[in-house]
Design a protein around this ligand. Structure first.
Ligand code: HEC
Ligand code: HEC
Ligand code: HEC
Length: 134
């Protein structure tokens, strides 16, 4: 007679062994890129003020819209001053404001865009920052 209990245990062990390389990789293959925010300009900020224009969560999903709004405001209305939800003001400029802090375009913007397969065409006209070494 077969000992079904042993067969099942054996099967479980077998499956665990053959699938190990697969599930051991889950999360690694699709690991999110590590974004660097250690630029000279960001390091200069006091620790509690190392923040973006808006909250990180907002920026993550909303930076494209924010940039569109900034452009419209500057180009259509000539208004270059943005006041954020914490009443701090920013110069509405891709080159002079976003890239002042995120001067490491390659390790920040590009890293995430490459991962998400997005290619913003802004740099056809706007000047990308020169990498500054710490
Ligand atoms: C004053 C410096 C500063 C400016 C100006 C700035 N950022 Fe940031 N940004 C930061 C910091 C610091 C963080 C990390 C925030 C955190 O961890 O809470 C960040 C986070 C982000 C994130 C989220 C990253 C993530 O981990 O998901 C995006 C996207 C982003 N910034 C885009 C922009 C864009 C686009 C602009 C211009 C509209 C901009 N930033 C302007 C300092 C800045
Ligand atoms: C955390 C990931 C992440 C970071 C960091 C990030 N982006 Fe993005 N960005 C995206 C995603 C995702 C999209 C596409 C969103 C969509 O299609 O709705 C996008 C789209 C954009 C667009 C619109 C492009 C288009 O053709 O519609 C612009 C402009 C842009 N990003 C600028 C920046 C700049 C400048 C920085 C660095 C300061 C930056 N992003 C950093 C994830 C990121
Ligand atoms: C065909 C060229 C061109 C392209 C492509 C382009 N821009 Fe611009 N952009 C301009 C010009 C010209 C101005 C006006 C400059 C001024 O008045 O300071 C401007 C102004 C802006 C401004 C406000 C002023 C400043 O200094 O940044 C923002 C923000 C902006 N663009 C964002 C973007 C974003 C985001 C993209 C990509 C999704 C983009 N632009 C693509 C030409 C372009």
């Amino acid at each position: 007679m077969y000992d079904s209990g042993k067969i099942i245990v054996g099967l479980i062990i077998f499956l665990a062994l053959v699938t190990f390389p697969f599930y051991n990789n889950i999360g690694k293959v699709n690991a999110k890129p590590e974004l660097k925010i250690d630029t000279p300009e960001i390091q200069k900020l006091p620790e509690q003020e190392r923040k973006c224009v808006e909250t990180k969560e907002f920026m993550r999903g909303g930076h494209m819209q924010l940039l569109n709004d900034w452009r419209d405001s500057v180009v259509r209305n000539g208004n270059r001053v943005y006041t954020n939800s914490a009443h701090k003001t920013f110069n509405m400029s891709l080159q002079n404001e976003c890239m002042r802090c995120h001067s490491n375009k390659k390790d920040f913007c590009d890293k995430c865009h490459n991962y998400m397969a997005v290619v913003p065409y802004c740099w056809d006209c706007h000047i990308a920052p020169k990498e500054k070494k710490l």
